[in-house]
Design a protein around this ligand. Structure first.
Ligand code: NAD
Length: 493
C-alpha cells in the first residue's frame, strides 16, 4: 500500500501539468466562479490537482475567443491546417510516455492501455491531417445556362463535451475533425479526468493560433450545459451517457444546432458452437475487461451456444480469475481501479440488485481481498448468471467489469434477445463459419460488428451508434461531413 502511494506521488510530481487554469484565447485563466474542484487518483484516493470550476461566464468568454479565432482559421489553407494537425500528432508522440502515465494517474487505466490510447490519439490527428486536403465539393449536372457547384464550409464554433473513460482519445476524436474542417472549438473535459487535455494544450500552445481550441474545466451542469445552450455555438459534439445526450439534443433544438452524439452501449457477444474455444475466451475477456469495463463498446451480454456452454464458461472463469488486478502503473496489471468511488459504488449496486433477483456469480462480484489495494476503487472481474434479460442490470449500462451470460440454441430467439435493449453501439460474433458471421452481422442492430475479435479500432473505420447509442459517425472520412456544411453556388452563364 505504501509502495503504491509512493510510486503514484513520484509519478504525479513528474507528470501532472503545472498549467491548472481554463485555457481561453491562448491564455491560462481562472474561472469567473472563483471556485475550484479536485481531481483525484482513483488508485490511491490522493488529490492530483485543483482546477477551476468553470461556469456560464467562462463559456461565454471561450465562445467569444473561438469566434474571433474562426475569422482566420476558417479561411486557413488546407495545407496549413494539415501541417498544424501533423505537428499536434508529433507533439503527442514526443510526450507519449508522460501522457500515458498522466492518463493512468487520473483515470486508473492500466499503463499498457493508456499507451495504446496515446498512440491512437496521435494517429487520429494524423488521419485528419490527411483529410484536410481531400475535402471537396461537387459540380452538379445542369443545362448549359448555369453552373452549380458546392463547397464545404466549416460551421464556426464547435462545442465539444467528453467523458472520463478515454480522456485524451475522446478529446482527439472531437478536436481533430473539427479543426481539420476549419472550425474552432470550446472543449469541456470530464470533471473526473481533465489533466491530459490540459497537458495537450500546454504542449501545443505555440502550434495553434490563439482561440482555435479553448478548454473550460468543470462540472456538467455548470460548464457543460451553458455550452449546449449557447446561441453562437454552431455545432455540438457530445460523448457520454444516453441520458445526458438526450438533454444535449433538447438544448441543441432551441438554437437548431447540429449534433453528433456518441452515447452508451449494452453490447452483445454471440458465440457459436463451431468457434475456436481459446479465441472465443480471449475475445470475450478483451471485450468486457478492457479498460476495466469502462468502454461504451464493452461486450457486456454474452450469448453462448448451449452445446459448448459448460466448457466455455469454465475456461472463461479461469481466464477472468487469472487477470492481474494491481497498481495500474505496473506493466503487468490488466485491471485497474474504477475511475471514482462513485462509479465503484454504482457497479456494486448493480451487483447487489442482481443477487437480490436470484443471480449467481460465476466469479468475482465484489472488491479484491488485497490490503495493498484498499485505497483504490477496485472491483473484481465479474461473470453473472441466471439473471432475467429484462432486469435493469442487463438493460442498463453498468460501465464496469461485469459480464452477464445467457445460453442459446435457437438462432431467431437469440437475435431477438441480443437486440432487446435500447442501445445499438457494437456487437461481437465468434464463429468459424463465414456465412454465419455475415448473417449474424446483418441481423444485429449495432453500428460496429466485430467478428472473431473485439474492441479493435483501425484508423478510418467509422464508429457510432444505432438506436439510442447515438447520431453520426466519428473516426472516418464521413466524419468531416458532420463538421462542415454545404454551400451551393448557382451561377448563370
Ligand atoms: P456523462 O453523460 O455523465 O458525462 C459526459 C460529459 O457530459 C462530462 O463531461 C459531463 O461533465 C458532461 N455533462 C454532464 N451533465 C451535463 C449537462 N447537463 N449538460 C452538458 N454536459 C453535461 O457520462 P460519463 O459518466 O462521463 O461517461 C460515461 C458514458 O459515456 C457512458 O454512457 C459511455 O457509454 C459513454 N461513452 C460513449 C462513447 C461512444 O463513443 N459512444 C465513448 C465513451 C463513453
Amino acid at each position: 500500500r505504501a509502495e503504491i502511494h509512493e510510486r503514484h506521488q513520484e509519478t504525479a510530481e513528474a507528470v501532472v501539468p503545472e498549467q491548472r487554469g481554463c485555457y481561453i484565447g491562448g491564455e491560462w485563466v481562472e474561472s469567473d466562479s472563483g471556485e475550484t474542484f479536485e481531481t483525484r487518483d482513483p488508485t490511491t484516493g490522493d488529490v492530483l490537482a485543483e482546477l477551476p470550476s468553470g461556469n456560464a461566464a467562462d463559456i461565454d468568454r471561450a465562445v467569444a475567443a473561438a469566434e474571433d479565432a474562426f475569422v482566420d482559421w476558417g479561411d486557413a489553407s488546407p495545407s496549413k491546417r494539415q501541417r498544424t494537425l501533423e505537428t499536434i500528432a508529433d507533439r503527442i508522440r514526443s510526450e507519449r510516455t508522460a501522457f500515458a502515465r498522466l492518463e493512468t494517474l487520473d483515470n486508473g487505466k492500466p499503463i499498457n492501455e493508456a499507451r495504446a490510447d496515446v498512440h491512437l490519439a496521435a494517429e487520429h490527428f494524423r488521419y485528419f491531417a490527411g483529410i484536410t486536403r481531400a475535402t471537396e465539393g461537387e459540380t452538379v449536372p445542369t443545362d448549359g445556362s448555369r453552373r452549380v457547384t458546392t463547397i464545404k464550409e466549416p460551421y464556426g464554433v464547435v462545442g465539444a463535451i467528453i467523458p472520463w473513460n478515454f480522456p485524451l482519445l475522446m478529446a482527439a476524436w472531437k478536436l481533430a475533425p473539427a479543426i481539420a474542417a476549419g472550425n474552432t472549438v470550446v472543449l469541456k473535459p470530464a470533471e473526473q479526468t481533465p489533466l491530459s487535455v490540459l497537458k495537450l494544450m500546454a504542449e501545443i500552445d505555440d502550434v495553434l493560433p490563439d482561440g482555435v481550441i479553448n478548454v473550460v474545466t468543470g462540472f456538467g451542469s455548470d460548464a457543460g450545459e451553458p455550452l449546449t445552450t449557447h446561441p453562437d455555438v454552431r455545432k455540438l459534439a457530445f460523448t457520454g451517457s444516453t441520458a445526458i445526450g438526450k438533454q444535449v439534443m433538447k438544448n441543441a433544438a432551441e438554437n437548431v444546432t447540429d449534433v453528433t452524439l456518441e452515447l452508451g452501449g449494452k453490447n452483445p457477444i454471440v458465440i457459436y458452437p463451431d468457434a475456436d474455444l481459446d479465441r472465443a475466451v480471449q475475445t470475450t475477456i478483451f471485450a468486457i475487461f478492457y479498460n476495466t469495463g469502462e468502454c461504451c463498446t464493452a461486450g457486456s451480454r454474452l450469448f453462448i451456444h448451449e452445446d459448448i456452454e459448460e466448457e466455455f464458461l469454465n475456461q472463461l472463469a479461469t481466464a477472468a480469475e487469472g487477470l492481474t488486478i494491481d497498481d495500474p502503473l505496473l506493466d503487468s496489471t490488466r485491471l485497474g481501479p474504477k475511475v471514482s468511488e462513485e462509479q465503484r459504488e454504482r457497479t456494486l449496486g448493480y451487483l447487489d440488485a442482481a443477487r437480490e433477483a436470484g443471480a449467481s456469480m460465476l466469479t468475482g462480484g465484489g472488491v479484491p481481498d488485497d490490503e495493498a489495494l484498499a485505497d483504490g476503487c477496485f472491483v473484481t472481474p465479474t461473470i453473472v448468471r441466471d439473471l432475467d434479460h429484462d432486469h435493469p442490470a442487463v438493460q442498463e449500462e453498468i460501465f464496469g467489469p461485469v459480464l452477464e451470460v445467457f445460453s442459446w440454441n435457437e438462432y431467431d430467439d437469440m437475435i431477438e434477445l441480443a437486440n432487446d435493449v435500447e442501445y445499438g453501439l457494437a456487437a461481437g460474433v465468434v464463429t468459424s463459419d463465414i456465412d454465419q458471421a455475415h448473417r449474424t452481422a446483418a441481423d444485429l442492430e449495432a453500428g460496429t460488428i466485430w467478428v472473431n475479435q473485439y474492441n479493435d479500432f483501425p484508423t478510418g473505420m467509422p464508429f457510432g451508434g444505432y438506436k439510442q447509442s447515438g447520431i453520426g459517425r466519428e473516426r472516418a472520412q464521413e466524419t468531416i461531413e458532420h463538421y462542415t456544411q454545404t454551400k451551393s453556388i448557382d451561377i448563370s452563364v
